[in-house]
Design a protein around this ligand. Sequence first.
Ligand SMILES: [Zn+2]
Length: 306
Amino acid sequence: MRKALLIADGRPNEDPNELDIYATQRLVEMYPAVVSRHFMIRVNALVTFMLNSDEVFCGQVEDYWWRIEFQNRGSRIPHLHMIVWIKDHPLLDTPEGLQRIDHVSSCELTVQDAELHDLVRKVQIHRHSHICGKKGPNSRCRFGYPRNPCAQTHMVDLDSRDFITNGGRVCNLKRTSEERYVNNYNPILLKLSQANTDILPFGSNETIAHYIAKYISKSEPEGVTNSIAQAIREIRREESNISRQLFRICMRILKERQVSACECVFRLGHLNLKAAIHLTSIPFHLARDWSFFPPIQVEKSGAPFI
Ligand SMILES: [Zn+2]
């Protein structure tokens, strides 16, 4: 992407590796259309590769769903949330399933492949920042770092305290004490994307629902919601004509919604913000006393990865 930004800036002959973080950030802010378009080209290439290769997940991708996310929910530049279903995947909590997880996802810090070795150190190491909420020795990192060392990969019981303290992660990957800050990665996807990735195995509709509720369907920032609510109250008090009321409320909502430059490009340029092979619903039931529905069997035969 740095190369594309340099070309857009009229400096095609400069080495993109010479750009530091500040120079890169400046170019990202100057050329949001280049960033957005380039990002989508990479997403489409990645999805096409995954659909045509059984290597990444040790099996055929039979379905997927993804969504692009922007500012106030992470960085201002776009990033991708994706769920994939793998055909005929063994149950995760079996020796075959755990073996497959170890093959597909890793947090190894030291690997033979020199390019992968450098990439893990460059983009997969978590460093606390304002985003994770870690402000001092007594505050918690919302991404759960440092993660506990683990001798063997194992699934976490949904009823256990581990599930809560893991931030809803249903699997603990084997990791050494040196690997406590390494984010889970897939070696092939990491080399293809050259960007930070976090890959998680999921074994049930309930855990997918948890992921969607926690990471994908986040509400608007609290301050904006309150501001809009206050504005609507004022408009209803000041304006008696219903049509004009609605128009003013719509304009106020459009004005208050915080949108990054990249999101503007996506929306104005009709770039896809979400996609799937099939439109599916995910049935799930609330556990124990909260159950409204009887337990429902997982509809898909394959196990999902996120
Ligand atoms: Zn942190």
